[in-house]
Design a protein around this ligand. Structure first.
Ligand SMILES: *[C@@H]1O[C@H](CO)[C@@H](O)[C@H](O)[C@H]1NC(C)=O
Ligand SMILES: *[C@@H]1O[C@H](CO)[C@@H](O)[C@H](O)[C@H]1NC(C)=O
Ligand SMILES: *[C@@H]1O[C@H](CO)[C@@H](O)[C@H](O)[C@H]1NC(C)=O
Ligand SMILES: *[C@@H]1O[C@H](CO)[C@@H](O)[C@H](O)[C@H]1NC(C)=O
Length: 367
């Protein structure tokens, strides 16, 4: 029965292959063709909201990963030589069910075709524990099947996977990182939310700490994963942590919130956009911007107006990001990533213009 279903789906697939019914939305039909050249270094930018992209610094981007569809963006990106890929996740269906995977692969390849995109970015983050090898292999199979389907159809598609900052089962993501990165063209290392599982003292600390990122990257390299497959994804957002106890030396002890077996987690805080931290909260701080050497990250503390409670904010700004972009280069990685571009102020106020100049300006030039 199952085999029959698969055959049926395969048949439908071969019929629909290459037969997109979409019409090119760009004034120049050339702009609907996929980008074929591969840049030496990637600057891989996630875009989460459709209303700011016209103010991005397109000279810095090589790939834009969108979670929405916008034809003007496609035409513009291609006119700038920038790849457009769609963010994808396997949320519905059963990973170990080949027919379910096949349905998913077809749906996504068709989406790429219909929207004249250059590929896909798969951001699967669900828990797969060490004792679930079947599930682990099913995830690898999904990526393999997607890769095969894309490569049958396109000359040089871009398939990337988002991976945790370390291969050590972070948040119980015990994936087969070696094979995933062999299949995909790029792996975007999510060098953020690094405090998702805290086993030491329950204190506020950096979202993206250079020393921790470095430990994770070395483990990927030790697995034999080539540095030029890895893109260092860095955050344009941070965390606001309410302090249960605030020490004289500016340490913020947090409430213990369990996460995947760790007694303390960044779930004790909330994620904030860069523009909120830099544009509003920093002005309210009683410490001013401080600098943490081990993580190479800025932070500050402020009092809430009404309650008087103290919060500590850990974030990244142009200075810390420049250091981390440079670190990616020193490690000979394929490039850097931004998660995500819509956390800064795109208004035409002087503050907005300054934020854009700072944050986009810190990104490396396209090579
Ligand atoms: C695409 O984005 C532009 C700029 O944000 C917007 O004006 C336009 O309405 C969007 N188009 C669609 C179809 O969403
Ligand atoms: C997924 O499929 C496998 C194999 O067919 C089965 O053992 C498992 O129970 C299914 N899981 C769910 C949640 O349906
Ligand atoms: C990073 O530095 C912090 C602060 O010195 C330290 O507590 C932590 O153990 C270091 N992490 C790694 C992975 O070296
Ligand atoms: C961050 O910015 C996005 C888009 O600019 C907005 O939709 C979202 O609500 C903001 N989030 C916070 C926590 O301010």
């Amino acid at each position: 029965m199952k085999l029959f279903v698969i055959l049926l789906i395969l048949k439908t697939a071969s019929l629909s292959h290459g037969a997109t019914t979409s019409k090119c939305p760009c004034s120049d039909p050339q702009l609907c063709k996929p980008i074929l050249t591969t840049p030496k270094k990637e600057t891989f930018v996630y875009s989460s909201f459709p209303n700011n992209w016209m103010k991005y610094d397109w000279k810095k981007i090589t790939t834009i990963a969108v979670c929405y569809s916008n034809a003007s963006l496609l035409c513009y990106a291609h006119s700038q030589g920038v790849r457009v890929v769609r963010q994808a996740d396997f949320t519905k269906g059963n990973l170990t069910d080949a027919a379910d995977r096949h349905r998913w692969v077809l749906e996504h390849v068709k989406y790429v075709e219909d929207n004249f995109l250059d590929g896909l970015n798969v951001d699967y983050e669900q828990a797969i524990s060490k004792d679930q090898p079947k599930l682990r292999d099913a995830l690898t199979a999904l990526i393999r099947e997607l890769s095969d389907a894309l490569r049958r159809r396109y000359k040089n598609p871009q398939l990337s996977v988002a991976i945790a900052w370390s291969p050590d089962c972070i948040d119980i993501r015990c994936y087969d990182y070696q094979r995933l990165t062999q299949i995909a063209d790029l792996a975007i290392v999510m060098a953020y939310d690094e405090r998702s599982q805290i086993f030491g003292e329950c204190v506020a600390w950096a979202n993206s700490a250079v020393n921790q990122t470095s430990t994770g990257l070395k483990k990927f390299l030790q697995l034999g994963i080539p540095a030029d497959k890895l893109v260092l994804g860095l955050p344009w957002y941070g965390y606001d942590y309410p302090c249960l106890h605030y020490t004289k030396d500016n340490r913020c002890l947090m409430k213990e919130v369990l996460y995947h077996g760790a007694p303390c987690s960044d779930a004790a805080g909330v994620q904030l956009n860069y523009s909120v931290m830099k544009g509003q909260l920093l002005k309210m701080s009683f410490t001013g911007r401080m600098w943490d050497i081990a993580s190479q990250s800025p932070y500050f503390s402020y009092k809430h107006k009404d309650s008087g409670d103290v919060s500590q904010v850990w974030y990244d700004d142009a200075q810390s990001l420049r250091i981390k972009y440079k670190f990616a280069d020193q490690m000979s990685l394929r490039g850097v990533g931004v998660f995500h571009a819509d956390t800064i102020d795109y208004s035409d106020t002087p503050e907005g213009k300054q934020e854009r100049a700072d944050m986009w300006g810190a990104l490396p030039d396209r090579k």
